[in-house]
Design a protein around this ligand. Structure first.
Ligand code: SF4
Length: 345
């Protein structure tokens, strides 16, 4: 009989499991703490559970993490991890250290992505599937088991996939990530990034989760955005703006706009002015990032001069502007490059 993997179970689910086994519900919370906080995955060593319960858990359940298939290390210290899921699909996670001592982990929420943004290698993989809560949390558990409690300080859901199209599992994973007896990462250290799924943005606002929201904008003119992000047809910019105002009103958090600069496409003064019009009334900051080339895609990376010029034009017209450095380009770990390439080797 194959065992049931408890990876990704919330305290509530473990309580329900205990009740279904004829045990007291509070043993579920004890088990949660042992698994996620104490990192004790051997049920026989969980001493505050009865011997009978421990034996039963050992016979019928396990707590299996993700299997690492390959790892790449960039010259800038960024690490990319390729995991092989139980159904054979590949999953990538990136760990990015910075000079300020932060360790940011870029977590995936889906394998492949149905949204097909034209600049993104993951979009080129096509439709895959949603990750389970266990597979989302499993990326973090792997890093913590390997590097200890300080393995990561910040979490960005900017890896493979669109988190707001997998909201139930993302929310379940977040409840484990932010629980004091779980991974104990403050929700404000977690950023969920969306290509602009309007209903998901509103749902996230209503959930009051305290996580931060980033929006992959990349063009502030509807026609231009449509050329690179097909999702702009279903959720045009005016609807996106309305959803973001709802979000900022409801949460009182500002939104981060991610803006990838493509040489000769979205790097003109007309684009600067369009951004400044679009963000009016939305508490926000803007992150600029030069495009990271992906083989076979028809865009060029702008020079540093262009990025500087664009940032200087935008500074006086936006509440806050930062220029992000691309990390891990040499190992295909930078923004937009995740496509589990080794899968095809
Ligand atoms: S940028 Fe994000 S939403 Fe767009 S295709 Fe890539 S993974 Fe999907």
């Amino acid at each position: 009989m194959s065992k049931t993997n408890l990876l990704g179970y919330t305290p509530q689910q473990l309580e329900n499991l205990m009740l279904s086994l004829g045990e007291r519900a509070y043993h579920g919370r004890q088990l949660f703490k042992w698994l996620y906080k104490q990192r004790q995955y051997d049920f026989s060593l969980i001493t505050d559970l009865s011997k009978d319960l421990r034996n039963r858990l050992q016979r019928e359940y396990d707590f299996e993490g993700l299997s690492l298939q390959r790892e790449d290390l960039s010259v800038d210290g960024t690490r990319k991890f390729l995991f092989r899921l139980d159904d054979g699909l590949p999953l990538e996670t990136v760990l990015i250290p910075d000079e300020a001592g932060r360790q940011t982990v870029c977590v995936s929420s889906q394998v492949g992505c149905v949204l097909g943004c034209h600049f993104c290698a993951t979009g080129g993989m096509g439709q895959g599937r949603n990750l389970t809560a266990g597979e989302i949390v499993g990326q973090l558990i792997y890093l913590r088991d390997r590097y200890g409690d300080g393995a990561f300080t910040n979490i960005v859901m900017m890896g493979m996939g669109e988190p707001l199209l997998n909201l139930d599992n993302v929310v379940q994973a977040l409840s484990i990530i932010s629980a004091g007896d779980g991974l104990s990462v403050s929700a404000k250290k977690v950023t969920v990034s969306t290509a602009g799924i309007v209903p998901g943005i509103k749902q996230l606002a209503d959930l009051k989760l305290k996580v931060r929201l980033a929006v992959s904008l990349n063009a502030a003119l509807q026609e231009k955005r449509l050329q690179i992000m097909p999702i702009a047809r279903k959720y045009p910019l005016d609807r996106l703006v309305e959803a973001l105002k709802y979000y900022t009103d409801k949460t009182k958090f500002r939104v981060t706009f991610e803006y990838i600069l493509f040489e000769g496409f979205n790097d003109t003064i007309e684009d600067v002015m369009a951004i400044s019009r679009l963000i009016r009334g939305i508490p926000c900051k803007i992150n600029l990032l030069a495009y990271n080339p992906v083989g076979g895609l028809d865009f060029d990376r702008p020079g540093d001069d262009t990025v500087d010029w664009f940032a200087k034009q935008l500074y006086p017209r936006a509440p806050a502007v930062t220029v992000r450095k691309s990390r891990g380009i040499d190992i295909g770990a930078a923004c937009g490059q995740l496509a589990a390439i080794s899968d095809k080797e």
